[in-house]
Ligand binder design. Structure first.
Ligand code: TYD
Ligand code: MG
Length: 477
């Protein structure tokens, strides 16, 4: 009934052509034509087939009695309750930083894209995960990048071994699917999606068409066999995501692995997560023995936290997903030499910093129009938590006025356009973390202070606005 052929389709307007071409005849864009596999069918064939199922009556829907292909029309119908029960079957990977991102574990048929720049540690992380996953059943590690010897010597160096870990070094999609047929893994990895080639496509591996069609084929295989499939994908340092970007909508989960300007730290973030949270962070440290989980984030960053008070330094507690992390904000405010003063931010969102600078000019009279302002988060983390606002503000104000925030004081609060210090989610959790790290006092939003428990192991003062916060932190003007 249906047969397969390839076409070149414009990724921007959808125009299709039978031959490759540099410029799309439809929208005149350049380099947007990518090769795709399409199924062709006689017009009306689908509706005839559906009509045949209906004509066959309930037997056709039951999948018995009718021709084999008709069962495909009935298999999509499931009771919601039954479907829910299926979704609850999670299998933990056994690496807690990964399971945190998976919401406890992976789900049968889940397809996960693990993307990151080359050399960041994707293969290392996956090999470590593979050894754990292979304890639960056959696991297939398909590498199109490294030879069997390279993979096995890395496994040996990392001290990994497992009875049921199967390796294949292959870049042909048909052979990888063949290996899947042979091993029948419950989970597998393809390292990387940019190295495989689809038998029907002429374009080179790594091209948009190849990446998408190969991934689509693997997604079909994953869903029909309930196999968990990890796809590794490279993104370039400048953030261009050509390959992996086209996959985001066809996979269930997209994880990005990156360094965040830190030598040893590797941060895993979920960009899209059909079966789990997107606000969690997985933290790893790259070392001799591969990737090590960073379970106590505060202890990891505490090594970086300068304890002596200094103008321009302020400490806060960020919440990444469910985990409190102690972070130090640093600011440097200097007279500008430029007509337009410079503003730079590392780790915090620059637009947010600009708003905070404006709020301080207005509400505590900080004159910044002739100053360059540089703000950064120590330790190389990149965070969006508004609870860090107050620390960022007082770091800037401290640098400007050459006054230090006391070294035992931690600052928590969102700062509004009106200069008010606002509520912070999970304040008690954060204060406990600060107490654990040895902080003795905290500035917290005044409205939250009255509901706080007195037994957090840290003294706290409620502040209503920037002015109160500045005088509490730096003493009377
Ligand atoms: P790799 O997993 O090959 O990166 P990717 O698959 O993302 O391209 O990691 C390569 C880097 O990791 C390489 O620079 C060496 C380093 N590394 C360690 O520092 N320690 C180790 O134990 C391993 C296996 C790798
Ligand atoms: Mg690799």
């Amino acid at each position: 009934m249906a047969r397969l052929k390839t076409v070149y389709r414009c990724q921007s307007c959808g125009h299709s052509a039978s031959k490759p071409m540099g410029q799309c005849p439809g929208c005149s864009e350049w380099n947007t034509m990518a090769e795709e596999v399409v199924e062709t069918a006689r017009p009306g064939a689908l509706s005839e087939a559906v009509a045949a199922v209906h004509a066959a009556g309930p037997a056709g829907f039951g999948g018995q009695g009718g021709p084999g292909q008709l069962t495909s029309f009935s298999s999509a119908v499931t009771k919601l309750q039954d479907a829910n029960q299926e979704a609850e079957k999670r299998t933990p990977v056994g690496i807690s930083e990964l399971d945190r991102l998976f919401g406890g574990g992976v789900v049968p048929g889940q397809v996960i894209l693990l993307a990151g720049p080359p050399g960041i540690g994707k293969s290392t992380l996956m090999l470590q995960a593979a050894a754990k996953l292979a304890e639960k059943g056959p696991f297939l590690y398909a590498s199109g990048e490294e030879s069997l010897r390279q993979v096995s010597s890395r496994a040996k160096r990392l001290g990994l071994s497992s009875e049921q870990l199967y390796l294949v070094s292959e870049s042909s999609l048909s052979k990888i699917l063949g290996a899947m047929e042979q091993v029948k893994p419950w989970a597998m990895v393809l390292d990387s999606i940019q190295t495989v080639t689809h038998p029907l496509l002429a374009s080179s591996p790594g091209s948009v068409g190849q990446v998408r069609e190969c991934a689509a084929e693997l997604v079909r295989a994953a869903k029909s066999r309930d196999t968990v499939v990890f796809l590794l994908g490279h993104v370039t340092k400048d953030g261009s995501l050509a390959g992996p970007k086209v996959l985001e909508h066809i996979v269930d989960t997209v994880l990005y692995f990156d360094t965040e300007n830190h030598d040893l730290l590797r941060v895993l973030r979920a960009q899209k997560n059909r079966f789990g949270p997107t606000d969690e962070l997985g933290l790893f440290e790259m070392g001799e023995g591969g990737l090590k989980e960073v379970k106590d984030a505060t202890a990891f960053f505490a090594a970086e936290l300068g304890r002596a008070a200094a103008p321009g330094r302020a400490v806060s507690v960020a919440l990444e997903g469910s985990r409190p992390v102690l972070v130090e904000t640093q600011a440097l405010v200097v007279p500008t030499k430029y007509p337009l003063p410079r503003r730079m931010s590392t780790g915090l969102d620059l637009n947010r910093v600009l708003v905070l600078l404006a709020a301080m000019e207005r509400h505590i009279g900080l004159r910044l129009e002739d100053r360059d302002c540089f703000v950064s988060l120590a330790g190389g983390l990149r965070l969006k938590d508004p609870a860090l606002d107050l620390a960022a503000c007082l770091a800037v104000a401290g640098s400007w006025r050459d006054k230090s925030v006391p070294s035992d004081l931690v600052l928590l609060g969102e700062v509004s356009l009106l200069g008010e210090v606002g509520r912070v989610p999970q304040l008690e959790l954060r204060l406990r973390e600060a107490a654990k790290a040895g902080f003795k006092r905290a500035l917290v939003p005044a409205r939250a202070a009255k509901d706080l428990s007195k037994t957090l192991g840290i003294a706290f003062t409620g502040v209503a606005d920037l002015r109160e916060a500045a005088s509490a932190a730096f003493g009377a003007e």
